[in-house]
Write a protein that binds this ligand. Structure first.
Ligand SMILES: [Zn+2]
Length: 84
């Protein structure tokens, strides 16, 4: 499984998923390790912390879908080109 940047983001079952989707631009962000700071295309959402901690940064008016499980990640990636 790869994200929009072509990076391998295969989740390990034993590792909690630190991911979220920006519903404003459709970008799926996955923070895979500590200090893996990812920002979406429109710049409204950032995720950080990998499996060590969960950190989010987003504007008050942005729309964010939290992703906790591999199934949710697959669904979010499959739907990423849809307009919100
Ligand atoms: Zn965005």
């Amino acid at each position: 499984m790869r994200n929009q940047f072509g990076e391998d983001i295969n989740p390990k079952p034993e590792t909690p998923i630190n991911a979220a989707k920006c519903l404003d631009c459709g970008t799926v962000l996955v923070s895979r390790y500590r200090h893996d700071f990812q920002t979406c295309r429109c710049g409204k959402l950032s995720v950080d912390g990998g499996s060590d901690y969960v950190r989010r940064a987003y504007d008050e008016d942005s729309h964010v879908l939290e992703i906790r499980t591999p199934d949710e990640l697959v669904a979010a990636l499959a739907a990423r080109e849809e307009k919100p």
